[in-house]
Design a protein around this ligand. Sequence first.
Ligand SMILES: N[C@@H](CCC(=O)N[C@@H](CS)C(=O)NCC(=O)O)C(=O)O
Ligand SMILES: [Fe+2]
Length: 431
Amino acid sequence: MTISKISDMLCVMPQPDIGDFQSLRDQGFTTLINARPDKEEAGQPGTAAEERAAAHSNMSYSYIPITMATVTEADIGAFQKALNDSVGPVVAHSKSGTRALLLYALGEVLDGRMKPEDVLPFGQKNGFDLSAAANWVEKRAASRPQVKGFFDKRTWSIQYVVSDPETGACAIIDPVLDFDEKAGATATHSADAILEYVHKNGFSVEWILDTHPHADHFSAARYLKEKTGAPTAIGERVVDVQELWKDIYNWPELKTDGSQWDRLFASGETFKVGSIDANVMFSPGHTLASVTYVIGDAAFVHDTIFMPDSGTARADFPGGDARMLWRSIQDILALPDETRVFTGHDYQPDGRAPRWESTVGEQKTANSHLAGVSEEAFVKLRTERDKTLPMPKLILHALQVNVRAGRLPEPESNGKRYLKLPLDALNGAAW
Ligand SMILES: N[C@@H](CCC(=O)N[C@@H](CS)C(=O)NCC(=O)O)C(=O)O
Ligand SMILES: [Fe+2]
């Protein structure tokens, strides 16, 4: 085993054999990071076997599969987290070790501990060619807007701050208001983390955007509007979603004119984030009101396409439609191949670290529900899969908040707020 020591806390190495795991533990490593996607070559142990062997040797295990061409900030963040969370030294591997070191070096650059020009010499010093890392840093510096994703573990949601480096203006997209259904408790940890990031960077919030009325979490749009004064917005077809849920909740007082938001976007409408042009594409299918925000070269597609290894969003909620989703996805895939695609959920297949950024090109060639799949085949696949999915556990809780732009129900005479849960209103019980 050739193990390269990078620091007291980190070593990198080529693919170890499963039989070497105990010896790695005996050498003092307490965490093993696997940066290699499964099925790269025959005979590779793969994440399931590595996870088992790590557990057997009493090592923590993180699966952060990357390729040089598709590495993202989420992967770098996951690597840093695994390193920070480790009680003892970490050993990280890829096929040769280069990608493991690349993840480390990029984290050092993003945190300002390594200068971009020092990446190549740092690689050489350790016997690795980090030219892919140097190129990544260069490309990122040139990209507009800057996009920061915040992953909410509780709901597998990704919330975004999209900022214009020239003006410091930003938009917040799909923020989450925390809710613990067991205690009926609400909290603003997620939204406050976004605010902290915004303040630390001196950004001014120009927009609070939702891509659709979410069915699995509360929107923090209202809370963030109160905190920042920024206008809220959503696609104009939200009024149809309001009509639908007004019936389900038997809620005559619900206003169904979208007046709960400051702006309702029509298809094709444009707006600005600082100096960056943005436009709104309708993307119905997952919900009637779903939109994609295209801001500079970044498309916020939320629940249409997920990461290529995860496929697409479900289309069986009230107002959902698999064929409509297919058409919306075709519009997204018609954007230039280099367009960055930011998804709204990541359900972490195979236990890999959360990821949320891809490109249109990657989606076209690698999305497991779309690449080489016809419209008919997609509709069949989506419809069949949806029949197997239970409803999101918070759908009935969430919609009554989200069709009012994230306003919680008004307090009753005792000052407490109450949710209303219709019985037998939806299919999808898993008995
Ligand atoms: N288990 C999750 C499921 C949430 C869910 O249904 N998510 C939607 C997006 S809002 C989806 O498209 N899921 C796709 C899938 O699970 O394959 C929950 O209860 O919240
Ligand atoms: Fe959704």
